[in-house]
Design a binder for this molecule. Structure first.
Ligand SMILES: C=C(O[C@@H]1C=C(C(=O)O)C=C[C@H]1O)C(=O)O
Length: 88
């Protein structure tokens, strides 16, 4: 097996774990939107989004990757808000 094949096998395994985590996160987003609907709260919470970014960037050791991880989190939260907006 060459380097490319090995790396792709590892990427597939990582993507598999991330798919499970994505589903788990969205299940919690479901709880959030149910609460927000009950309480009449808006979907977008800028302060919370800032906290999510600050908190999670601390887990990234490689500085080069930080802006990419921030973009990833922003995309993830964008998807979460799109999903929530379909429930209202
Ligand atoms: C899930 C929420 O709704 C929105 C999406 C967020 C997320 O996906 O982490 C964070 C803040 C909100 O803009 C929330 O308020 O916690």
């Amino acid at each position: 097996m060459n380097k490319l094949e090995k790396a792709r096998i590892n990427i597939d395994l990582i993507d598999q774990e991330m798919a499970k985590l994505f589903e788990k996160r969205m299940q919690e987003v479901n709880e959030v939107i149910a609460y927000k609907m009950e309480q009449g709260l808006p979907i977008f919470d800028q302060k919370r989004e800032q906290q999510v970014i600050e908190k999670n960037l601390k887990y990234i050791n490689n500085n080069e990757l930080k802006p990419y991880y921030e973009a990833f989190l922003n995309a993830l939260m964008g998807i979460s808000k799109e999903y929530q907006s379909k429930k209202i």
